[in-house]
Design a protein around this ligand. Structure first.
Ligand code: PMP
Length: 361
């Protein structure tokens, strides 16, 4: 087997044991004579996977009884619209912290449906930092405050979640969910496309405070209504069964690695290593992100010229590393080092960065 060190931003590398398990179970899964993707979503065998994945998610995140895990479709992008449709009352508004790209898209969708208000933004700084809490201009009557915990493209991350008082807090955690322990019960809704930290694309994880549904709008199309998915445990229609099965495999792996404490240790070591290489080569590698806002999931950096950046990416690929080109909207380089990326992969990249700097000064 020849696994490449995969630094793609998503879909992204998955834990090898989760893949190996699927490989072994595809022809004949748990003596059913078929794979999980061929069985009915109403079968008792599938039930065990579906509820097993939900329970593991709740256990890893320490969810209380008022919080429920949902498996939806349409990606995080559909959540951008579903949240305002369900939770901004007629004539009301919601507050958004704009940290660029994804939160900007979430605001655009909210504005189609109701009033999506920008309560804070780091746009004047090119979104190279997360706005401080004292910069927020909150509307006390807002239906919720929305943040994007990690900007996958700009390489910025919230390291502390804002206190917004009694206003429900909502977060897009697509690119950093489960990266470390945190108090998920403070949030009224958390959502994440699975394809970065939790599994393959095709399933979106939603953590919902059930009691918030009492304030939800009634006049919403059925498939876009949280109340329906909540009351049916994400079995209102056919869920993405294979993707959920893979999520279950990944969550079991997370638990075996020491849960979210284990993930945090692993992720801090990896991120510190890459930021350390940049600090050691200040005239060669530069990180555009303010130190306090640097992401431990998506590490971004520039080289002295675009030519050198292209050379870096090409030589890295030839050495066995893919996905290091920065997003087309920002250029530069980016290493996505989600939970499943082993420390060895990041050490391999750090060594390469040192050698590349020495050879190209
Ligand atoms: N939010 C964030 C933070 C993301 O990184 C992405 C995808 N890269 C999205 C939302 C959009 O997710 P999806 O493709 O699942 O709609």
């Amino acid at each position: 087997m020849n696994r490449i060190w995969n630094f793609y931003a998503g879909p992204a590398t998955l834990p090898l044991p989760a893949l190996e398990r699927a490989k072994a179970e595809i022809p004949d899964w748990e003596n059913t004579g078929m794979s999980v993707m061929e069985t009915s979503h109403r079968s008792k065998e599938y039930d065990a996977v579906h509820y097993g994945a939900m329970e593991l998610m709740a256990e890893l995140m320490g969810l209380d009884d008022d919080h429920q895990v949902l498996f939806l479709q349409g990606g995080a992008s559909t959540q951008f619209a579903m949240i305002p449709m369900n939770f901004i009352p007629p004539g009301g508004s919601a507050d958004y912290v704009d940290t660029g790209t994804w939160s900007t898209k979430a605001i655009k969708e909210a504005k189609i449906i109701a009033n999506g208000r920008v309560a804070a933004t780091s746009e004047p700084d090119g979104f190279t930092r997360i706005p401080r809490r004292d910069e927020y201009d909150l509307d006390p009557s807002a239906a919720y405050v929305h943040i994007t915990s990690n900007n996958t493209i700009k390489g910025t991350q919230f390291h502390e979640f804002p206190d917004v008082g009694d206003t429900p807090l909502v977060a897009d955690m697509s690119s950093d969910i489960l990266w470390r322990p945190f108090d998920a019960n403070r949030f009224s809704l958390i959502y994440a496309g699975a394809q970065k930290n939790i599994g393959p694309s095709g399933v979106t994880i939603v953590i919902l405070r059930k009691s918030w549904l009492e304030q939800a709008n009634e006049n919403v199309p059925t498939m876009l209504k949280y109340a329906i998915h909540s009351s049916k445990d994400s079995l209102f229609n056919t869920p993405p069964t294979f993707a959920i099965y893979m999520v279950r495999n990944v969550l079991e792996w997370v638990k075996e690695q020491g849960g979210l404490d284990g993930m945090e240790r692993r992720n801090r070591t990896k991120g510190d290593l890459l930021y350390g290489v940049m600090a050691d080569h200040p005239n060669f590698y530069s990180c555009p992100v303010e130190p306090a806002s640097r992401s431990y999931m998506n590490v971004v950096w520039r080289l002295p010229s675009e030519e050198l950046e292209a050379k870096f990416v090409a030589e890295a690929l030839a050495t066995g590393m893919c996905g290091l080109k920065g997003h087309r909207s920002v250029g530069g380089c980016r290493a996505s080092i989600y939970n499943a990326m082993p420390k060895e992969g990041v050490e391999f990249l750090a060594d390469f960065m040192r050698r590349f700097a020495a050879a190209n000064r």
